[in-house]
Ligand binder design. Structure first.
Ligand code: ADP
Length: 582
């Protein structure tokens, strides 16, 4: 299904579309569930027949055969219950895997703008708790509805054939029961959706609490973090209490109705017996039929909860799946090949949501040239660099590479030609080898080693316990800042792109490491078109040109000496840094 399908088709149609690939299993499950319901309906019928016809006539043979058949039917019922439990859940697992895979794929296709607006915790909760609820509904829903419908209808038909007045009383009680129970369901659904929201908030808090633990400790702000978390935790506790209150009312109501059904049989049935309108034996049979209701009624009642949770989760899933990536390849997008690396930024304006942060930037970078972008923090340097790989689209103006507007080529081919070294290096949980290979998944081990040597991390890796197979841990926590930087540089050597964007992140490193990394950066920039966001002015001298960005505009550009002699914004920046360093 395409994103458009998720927007246009009804959620019910989308839901059942996930059944299609596994329809054989689904039908098998339904047939087994149906057979269970039929067996349940047959037992009171055979009992009645035995009590009326076989016992009074001392018909041992038929009675023995009838009881043996019931025993065999109950054995078959046990086997079918196993089949429904196992294969029904298997069906659920298959649907769940399909939905999860579609969700993850879709999340991967979404643009940066989406992740700016949505918190990680909320997205994680969609992938875990929402999915669980959806699949519970997918496999228990139809099964429960079928078993309940068949049993209740079948039992009512049998009751009407036995004694219509008593059957009528029971038949009136059932819709009454369902109406009240469904009202309670709505209360529970509202409470459940509150709990979901709170879980998402807590997940986000836990996630940021763990990933930000170093910063928290550095600022000794554990207390504040705990306090913040406690308030979210309290609010979660309250919402959970509300939920269980609603659930208690729901279960209480249900139990009350389930007790009143046998009572009605005895009371009304007893009266009818005394009036001579009913046989005592039929009171027993009626109660046996009422007993067959109990499981379906419970199922229908919990189905309410299942439906409330599953449908809420599924609607959120449909909404996410219907979100178009804000950036899409044009239908006739070309593939970028043989890129030389001439970049042209032409009168680019850009706003994240409403606030414009770039106000008309024009810049020509001929192939092979290194441009250093400097300026005060918040001026728009990173934003400008994020527009070149098209992480966001320009609001107006254009960016082209070798004369080709980047909106006319596929995003994948564009990004294949751009290497990005970010300030915050992200290493995936996995080996050093896997992490370097992220630069080019088809690279051979020899090529990875070569890249590691170029990035001057080879010796460090050889000194690690398992060399290239050393596990680096989530986000690479086992490595030093310098080592992480070098691994990210090795990725770029391996990728070997003609264009390089370098968010120079040496400020977090010690002076010796910083100096050595600088040399590696220089090696990396050779023969490529480079844009360096320079945080330290000492490094920009090697650039062919320095561009000063302030408040979303280029205020100056030229060589280090030219800009110093102009005594403008750049000279002021240099003076400030000298002061801070000195
Ligand atoms: P610099 O790199 O020069 O420090 P940035 O490009 O990071 O500047 O930021 C420019 C402006 O854009 C700042 O006001 C910043 O708050 C804003 N900004 C940066 N990233 C985002 C984002 N993802 N969503 C909204 N605003 C952003």
């Amino acid at each position: 299904m395409t994103t458009r399908d998720y927007q246009k088709r009804s959620p019910v149609a989308i839901f059942f579309a996930y059944f299609k690939p596994h329809k054989k299993l689904f039908i098998f499950d339904m047939v087994c569930a149906f057979t269970i319901a039929i067996i349940d309906l047959t037992f009171p019928f055979i009992t009645r027949w035995s009590l009326y016809d076989l016992l009074p006539n001392n018909d041992y043979n038929t009675f023995f055969i009838a009881m043996t058949c019931v025993a065999l039917a109950f054995f078959l019922r046990a086997v079918l219950t196993y089949v429904v439990a196992f294969w029904g859940h298997t069906f659920g697992i298959l649907v769940e895997a399909d939905i999860r895979s579609d969700l993850f794929r879709h999340m991967q296709s979404l643009s940066f703008g989406y992740f700016d607006k949505n918190r990680t915790g909320q997205l994680m909760s969609r992938l875990t708790s929402d999915l669980f609820d959806i699949t519970e509904l997918a496999h228990h829903g139809p099964e429960d509805v079928l078993i309940s419908a068949v049993t209740i209808t079948g039992a009512l038909v049998m009751m009407f054939t036995i004694q219509w007045q008593l059957a009528l009383v029971i038949a009136v009680m059932i819709p009454l029961f369902l109406t009240v129970v469904w009202k309670r369901r709505r209360e529970m659904a509202a409470a459940s959706s509150q709990v979901k929201k709170k879980i998402a908030t807590i997940s986000t808090d836990i996630e940021s609490g763990i990933s930000g633990i170093r910063t928290t400790k550095a600022f000794a702000s554990e207390g504040a973090e705990i306090q913040k978390f406690e308030s979210a935790n309290d609010s979660f506790k309250t919402s959970k209490k509300q939920f269980h209150k609603a659930m208690g009312r729901f279960i209480g109501t249900m139990e009350f109705f389930l007790c009143t059904l046998p009572l009605a049989v005895i009371a009304v049935g007893g009266y009818l017996v005394m009036e001579g309108q009913m046989q005592t034996i039929d009171i027993i049979v009626f109660n046996m039929y009422v007993a067959t209701f109990i499981t379906p009624m419970r199922k229908l009642a919990t189905f309410a909860e299942l439906f409330a949770n599953g449908s809420a989760g599924f609607l959120r899933f449909v909404e996410l799946m219907g979100t178009e990536p804000s950036l899409q390849d044009a239908p006739d997008a070309a593939t970028m090949d043989n890129v030389k690396g001439n970049i042209t930024v032409d009168d680019v304006h850009f706003a994240y949501q409403n606030e414009t942060v770039l106000h008309g930037i024009s810049l020509d970078i001929p192939k092979g040239e290194t441009i250093a972008v400097v300026g005060p923090s918040g001026g728009g340097k990173s934003t400008l660099c994020q527009l070149i790989p098209r992480f966001y689209d320009v609001t107006s103006g254009a960016i082209s590479i070798d004369g080709q507007d980047i909106r006319t080529v596929t995003q994948q081919s564009l990004r294949r030609n751009i290497g990005i070294v970010q300030q915050d290096v992200f290493l995936f949980a996995g080996s050093v080898l896997e992490n370097i290979r992220y630069g080019r998944p088809d690279a051979t081990v020899e090529e990875v080693i070569e890249a590691a040597k170029m990035a001057e991390i080879y010796n460090d890796i050889c000194g690690m316990p398992q060399g290239f197979d050393t596990y680096v841990g989530e986000r690479g926590v086992m490595l030093s800042g310098g080592q992480k930087q070098r691994i990210s540089i090795a990725r770029i050597f391996l990728k070997n792109p003609p264009i390089l964007i370098l968010d120079e992140a040496t400020s977090a490193l010690d002076t010796v490491t910083e100096h050595r990394i600088q040399e590696t950066f220089e090696k990396l920039t050779q023969g490529r078109t480079c844009l360096i966001i320079a945080h330290r002015l000492s490094t920009v001298r090697h650039a062919n040109r320095i561009v000063v960005v302030e408040n979303g505009l280029i205020v100056e550009q030229g060589s280090h000496e030219e800009l110093l002699s102009q005594d403008g914004a750049y000279a002021a920046l240099v003076a400030t840094q000298k002061l801070t360093n000195g």
